[in-house]
Design a binder for this molecule. Structure first.
Ligand code: OSB
Ligand code: MG
Length: 369
């Protein structure tokens, strides 16, 4: 395959409900959608999960656009590619900017899957027909509001509840939830809101039988996390700190993490995600697929990745209706009794709805014409 044309679109979609983490509140989701065309006319889709502001990591929608336009697209154009794994190699001279890299790599995986007439899941080596789904629940105005929300999601069948925490919204929140729902699988995600000196507070969470605590300490740390893990029983799961297979190896060897949240964008694409998955599988580290409030295009990639065998914990891949009045794919991603059925069609497995995309497009540019 040879990529000859790429269109980047900036979309802005309103979230049904604001989503609050320890680092800020999202009311809208601004993101990039990338459409790549090869010389045979096959079209592939990718999504940048970078946010409008550099809160979660250092990348933004604008830095992604700059990296794509000035560095990544020129590296890809008119190169004969046999396999999407080659994109990971081609991008090696460019440091970091993983979400930008992943945007284009995801579209190339989609084209590859279509040209080899298989689903993206099958192209990646995934074998599951359906995947287990959990849900990530933002910080609420009151504990009562949170209990009511969790009750609804338990009834909808979600397989595990991830509760966003921060100092002052942690021990009492988790205690109340555990008392109200003794048998539900709970975990907590701090998005780097604590320091090692908060170990006493985090130790109190051990009483609530959480499946894990996600990224309690600094977003670039693996040293203090290793120290913290020696002080608490709840398994630590790293999110923000893991950008590559090498990061994963070092964190596992140091004892900084017992579980890894894989986000395709954060690690620079599906090829790197698969490498981390394979390394973790060989080292008995369970993985699960994180979410970034993606549209259906990003979700489709997440669903495909989750079909790999070591994704043994439910991911943050809630259905389209959790986020949007109307998603940009047909059919939308549907969660039934806590499962998503993996689409069998070639490529990402969902049709991208161009009319809906047009409704949400703020800006667009085509390269290569
Ligand atoms: O840390 O996993 C995270 C949302 C925005 C930024 C970071 C995170 C999240 C979520 C939501 O937890 C996951 C989702 O529902 O897509
Ligand atoms: Mg997280």
């Amino acid at each position: 395959m040879k990529i000859t044309e790429i269109t980047i679109r900036h979309l802005k979609m309103k979230l049904k409900e604001p989503f609050t983490t320890s680092f800020g509140t999202f009311e809208d989701r601004d993101f990039l959608v990338l459409e790549a065309k090869d010389e045979a006319g096959t079209i592939g889709w990718g999504e940048s999960v970078a946010f409008h502001s550099p809160w979660y990591n250092e990348e933004t929608l604008q830095t992604n656009w700059h990296m794509l336009e000035d560095f990544l697209i020129p590296l890809i154009f008119n190169k004969e590619l046999q396999h999407p794994d080659e994109v990971n190699e081609l991008f090696k001279p460019i440091r970091k900017n993983n979400m930008a890299k992943s945007t284009i790599e995801g579209a190339i995986w989609d084209i590859y899957a279509q040209q080899t007439n298989q689903s993206l899941a099958a192209a990646l080596g995934g074998k599951k027909d359906n995947i287990e789904v959990g849900i990530s629940i933002g910080i609420q105005k009151s504990i009562e509001d949170l209990v009511a929300l969790v009750d609804g999601f338990v009834k909808e069948g979600y397989k595990r509840m991830k509760i966003k925490i921060k100092p002052g919204w942690d021990v009492e929140v988790m205690r109340t939830l555990r008392e109200a729902f003794p048998d539900v699988s709970f975990m907590a995600d701090a998005n780097s809101a604590y320091r090692l000196s908060d170990a006493e507070t985090l130790k109190q969470l051990d009483a609530f039988n959480l499946t894990m605590i996600e990224q309690p300490l600094a977003s670039d740390d693996i040293i203090d996390h290793a120290a913290l893990q020696k002080l608490i029983d709840t398994p630590i799961c790293l999110d923000e700190s893991i950008h590559s297979l090498e990061d994963a190896r070092k964190a596992v060897e140091l004892g900084s993490t017992k579980i890894i949240n894989i986000k395709i964008g954060r690690v620079g694409g599906l090829t790197e995600s698969k490498k981390i998955h394979d390394y973790c599988e060989a080292n008995n580290i369970p993985v699960w697929c994180g979410g970034m409030l993606e549209s259906g295009i990003g979700r489709a990639h997440n669903v495909a990745l989750t079909t790999l065998s070591n994704f043994i914990l439910p991911g943050d891949t809630a259905g389209s209706s959790r986020y949007w009045e109307k998603d940009i794919i047909d059919p939308e991603v549907v969660v039934k009794d806590g499962y998503i059925e993996v689409p069998q069609k070639a490529g990402i497995g969902y049709e991208v709805n161009r009319e809906t995309i047009d409704l949400f497009t703020v800006e667009q540019k085509t390269y290569g014409l």
